[in-house]
Design a protein. Structure first.
Length: 461
């Protein structure tokens, strides 16, 4: 269905039938219009956006990506009135999130287009620390007093609720705006008109601190299954609310940043398409250099055992197998632990539980790979695909026992490094797959040749 709509609008745009385009917008939701805009060129986006009614433009703008918003803003700068209406109509939290991603001079220029009231709100929100909950909140909510009757509360909601971000929950504050409780609108509607709001209060509410990190909001929303939560200062004064849509955006950004870090690169400040080539190289070069220097230790480790390799060349055949098995097991463990830490399933104090579990997992996984490795050498020797010599059994034992210890070490290192980083106050996602793999590569070679020396001493060595 959506594809048919896109094809139709593309044809209308090519025909420059703007009148029909504007009329067709009445039959679409803001999300659908945002999808259409994403398919258009930069110039077409501005033209189409200017055709939207004011309220629909506001809703559509919220669903656009940052890059698409920038394109439209650039196109609208020439039309000051349209731009002024758009920025003033946006919800404060959406406008703040957009402003903080723009270069400083651009933000200052756009700030001047706001009304005095909206400018004051935006400056206040931008005054909170970067990535704090204060940057997410909106001051558009409904608050009532505990001494209101239900009838008075409903009158107040009808009067001030039109501009509220959400009406699912109404907030109870005292005369100093200190948060007392929050009440679902359903409870107010079902209560008797003569009842006092105070009779509905149970003082069991969850709130966010404006100065806490945004990740705290993600965790609390997840734990309490709410569509909106109040935001207070350290004294408990109600400052605003945060809604689930903004928190979902934060969760997506955090997941993207962690994923990029785990891949062995710094998190990108902008989208991939907007990141310049020099910035892209800068973000990736640091880790590549560190990993390259780490891999140089692998060459050093092999150089240390060059006599053993010279006497028993067959050992070199299994170096790739040894390296990959250790690196893969370490990367697996690191990815599981980092994700569990991010979701709050594991805490710092869980390290002992994780270590015990990963040691047993490493022993079992290493045993499985060790058996497979020995079986492979046995089959190749018996079928005649390769002759490992008269001591092939000892070669097989060297490989299988090495795999056991290397996989055990990989799972142990991969699971403990995230805890160590978290203890040091660093992001556990920094324990990237390449980093863990490089560490296990170097140590894995030492384990392999040490075990081989033990089994083959007096035979091949």
């Amino acid at each position: 269905m959506m594809n048919e709509i896109k094809i139709r609008f593309q044809q209308l745009i090519e025909d420059k039938d703007w009148k029909t385009v504007k009329k067709e917008f009445n039959n679409l939701e803001s999300v659908q219009i945002a999808e259409l805009i994403a398919e258009l060129s930069k110039s077409e986006r501005t033209i189409i956006f200017r055709l939207l009614p004011r309220e629909l433009a506001k809703e559509t703008f919220k669903h656009l990506s940052h890059d698409e918003k920038e394109d439209i803003i650039e196109g609208l700068i020439a039309n000051v009135n349209k731009l002024t209406n758009l920025l003033n109509d946006l919800d404060p939290d959406d406008r703040t999130a957009f402003f903080e991603e723009l270069p400083g001079p651009v933000s200052q220029r756009l700030m001047q287009t706001l009304s005095e009231e909206e400018k004051e709100i935006t400056i206040k929100l931008l005054g909170y620390p970067k990535d704090s909950i204060g940057r997410l909140m909106t001051p558009e909510y409904v608050a009532i007093r505990p001494y209101y009757t239900i009838e008075q509360a409903l009158d107040h909601i009808r009067r001030f609720g039109r501009d509220s971000e959400t009406l699912n929950v109404v907030y109870i504050v005292d005369d100093n705006w200190k948060l007392i409780d929050d009440i679902r609108i359903k409870e107010i509607i079902l209560a008797s008109p003569e009842q006092k709001v105070a009779e509905l209060i149970d003082n069991r509410f969850v709130s966010l601190n404006a100065f806490d990190d945004q990740e705290v909001a993600v965790k609390i929303f997840s734990d309490h299954d709410r569509v909106a939560l109040p935001v207070t200062d350290t004294d408990g004064t109600l400052l605003g609310i945060v809604t689930i849509d903004d928190v979902m955006d934060v969760a997506e950004e955090e997941s993207t940043e962690d994923f990029q870090k785990f891949g062995g690169t710094e998190g990108l400040d902008l989208s991939y398409t907007k990141t310049s080539l020099p910035d892209m190289v800068k973000k990736r070069a640091g880790w590549l250099i560190v990993l390259f220097l780490g891999e140089m230790l692998t060459a050093s480790a092999m150089g240390h055992f060059d006599e053993e390799i010279e006497k028993a060349v067959v050992l070199a055949l299994f170096v790739p197998l040894i390296i990959s098995s250790g690196g893969n097991s370490g990367s697996q463990a690191a990815s599981l632990i980092i994700r569990a830490l991010a979701l709050g399933e594991l805490k710092l104090k869980s390290w002992w539980y994780v270590m015990r579990k990963e040691i047993f997992s490493g022993l079992l996984l290493g045993s499985i790979l060790g058996i497979i490795g020995f079986t492979r050498i046995f089959i190749w020797q018996e079928v005649g695909l390769y002759d490992y010599g008269e001591y092939w059994i000892w070669v097989g034992l060297s490989v299988s026992v090495s795999l056991l210890f290397i996989v055990l070490w990989g799972t142990f290192a991969g699971s403990m490094i995230p805890f160590l980083l978290k203890k040091l106050g660093l992001d556990p996602a920094t324990a990237s797959a390449p980093f863990v793999a490089t560490l296990v590569d170097v140590t894995g070679l030492i384990i392999y040749f040490s075990v081989a020396a033990l089994f083959l001493s007096g035979k091949l060595l």
